[in-house]
Design a protein around this ligand. Structure first.
Ligand SMILES: Cc1ncc(COP(=O)(O)O)c(C=O)c1O
Length: 452
């Protein structure tokens, strides 16, 4: 399909365009109607209860007519921009042709699988398709259990892997569960250098945290541990990028102990971090890789891939679901992967991301409450602290800066003292610079409010 390559172009001087102080009256009215029934909104909605009407490319429009710069991509989802014409066309075609035929083969599914397998690392070509990240994580865990005949897992402090029972048991976020994590799910301190759990300093530490992980795994008994599950960059925990060597050292440890390595790339896959997969930054090949979010630019379509030589386990855990791999989802995935290739989005993500990270680093020099800025490609973040020496988290400031920037027209993602940025990979630098000015001004105002 031919589409105008400039379909998402915007004049940066016209954005954001705030006509009514948001959340405006229509937003408030709609939100209060929805909220009567829908309980448990995320903190980002609670802190800024706006209602959206449409999205186009790198912009979002709310129901009061305000236009925002999108620095969130849904939540790391609409990487190609909202309503990318190729994705829309493919989904529309398959919506009008065949919506569902259980797990029978369709041409579009075959095309999608071939395209995806051309991108998966090494020989990770055994694939199953699902509809949410958490389902794909659980399916990957089931595959690990089927292959190893072991049933326990290790994940890391601060991880987020979804909200079904096993996936949520891999997360640290206690309030998503209604009690203790399911048995057999262990958590270990992660390699979070800014807040080292062992009070050590990288690189002199020689990645002591991985040695400690190995010790903890051995104490639990390697006979039962099927896999280590890892977010290669922690999203929910505040865009935590691990030090070089950390993920390769975990890979080696898993090999030594005979444990699988499952890398959860639901958030980091498909060019988000400036490589197709985040593990490509570290030359690491997982045993199982999980993908979602940006893989289909907003249509529910997720998957996991496992090594060819393990595919007997895929027979054991059956790929059949009501919706996984339906023609509309496969079409959205196929279109998205084609666009990533055609529009060189891996390179563009790396370039835009380093432009933003440079500006964030300069911003940090001018603000007392920025403790750390971090990111890879277009997965970025900053952490606010009360004092750069003590690094005490500044949660109130995180919430206030989020709200202030949003009210000025920047749609983005809070996480307590952390602020997360995930622009569509197609954003022009000039517009990203405008977004960063909004963040800078909002931090200045909040610093004044708190007497810095
Ligand atoms: C790393 C990671 N894994 C899994 C999930 C769960 O995905 P979903 O919300 O599609 O179930 C998320 C969601 O944010 C995620 O960030």
């Amino acid at each position: 399909m031919a589409y105008d390559k400039d379909w998402a172009k915007v004049d940066p001087s016209t954005l954001p365009d705030i006509k009514v102080p948001p959340p405006g009256p229509r937003s408030r009215e709609l939100h209060s109607r929805a909220e009567k029934f829908m309980k448990g909104y995320s903190s980002q909605v609670k802190l800024f209860p706006v209602a959206f009407e449409s999205g186009h490319g790198v912009t979002l429009t709310d129901v009061d007519g305000n236009r925002y710069i999108d620095f969130s991509s849904g939540i790391y989802v609409t990487n190609l921009g909202h309503c990318h014409p190729k994705v829309v066309e493919y989904i529309q075609k398959h919506t009008a042709t065949l919506m569902n035929c259980h797990d029978y083969t369709t041409e579009v599914k075959a095309l999608f699988l071939e395209k995806l397998a051309s991108h998966t690392p090494g020989n990770l070509n055994g694939i199953q398709m699902y509809c949410s990240g958490t389902e794909a994580v659980e399916a990957g865990m089931r595959a690990a259990r089927a292959h190893t005949n072991k049933h326990e897992f290790f994940s890391f402090y601060g991880d987020f892997h979804g909200k079904t029972m096993s996936a949520v048991s891999l997360t640290e976020v206690a309030n998503f569960t209604t009690g203790p994590r399911a048995p057999g799910h262990h958590m270990a301190p992660n390699g979070h250098c800014y807040r080292c759990h062992f009070n050590k300093v990288y690189p002199e530490c020689n990645l002591f945290c991985v040695d400690a992980l190995e010790k903890q795994i051995k104490m639990e008994g390697t006979d039962n541990i099927a896999a280590v599950v890892l977010e290669p960059i922690q999203g929910w925990n505040g865009s935590i990028v691990y030090p070089d060597g950390y993920i390769p050292k975990i890979r080696k440890m898993c090999d030594r102990l005979g444990i699988l390595l499952i890398v959860d790339e639901v958030l980091t896959c498909c060019a988000r971090t400036g490589k197709f997969w985040c593990v490509d930054h570290y030359d690491v090949e997982p045993d199982i890789i999980i993908m979602g979010k940006g893989m289909a630019n907003g249509f529910p379509c997720t998957a996991f891939a496992i090594k060819d030589d393990y595919t007997e386990v895929l027979e054991k855990i059956s790929a059949s679901t009501s919706y996984g791999g339906n023609p509309m989802a496969a079409a959205a995935g196929l279109a998205s992967l084609e666009v990533i290739e055609e529009e060189n989005l891996v390179e563009r993500s790396a370039k835009l991301g380093s432009f933003i990270l440079d500006k964030l680093l300069k911003m940090k020099d001018n603000h007392k409450i920025i403790g750390e800025v971090r990111g890879k490609g277009c997965l970025l973040g900053m952490e606010l602290v009360k004092d750069q020496e003590t690094r005490e988290p500044f949660i109130d400031a995180g919430n206030r800066v989020y709200q202030k920037a949003f009210s000025r027209g920047l749609a983005w993602i809070p996480a307590r003292q952390n602020l997360r940025m995930s622009p569509p990979l197609i954003m022009e630098e000039e517009l990203a610079a405008r977004a960063l000015e909004i963040i800078d001004d909002s931090i200045t105002e909040v610093e004044k409010e708190y007497g810095y």
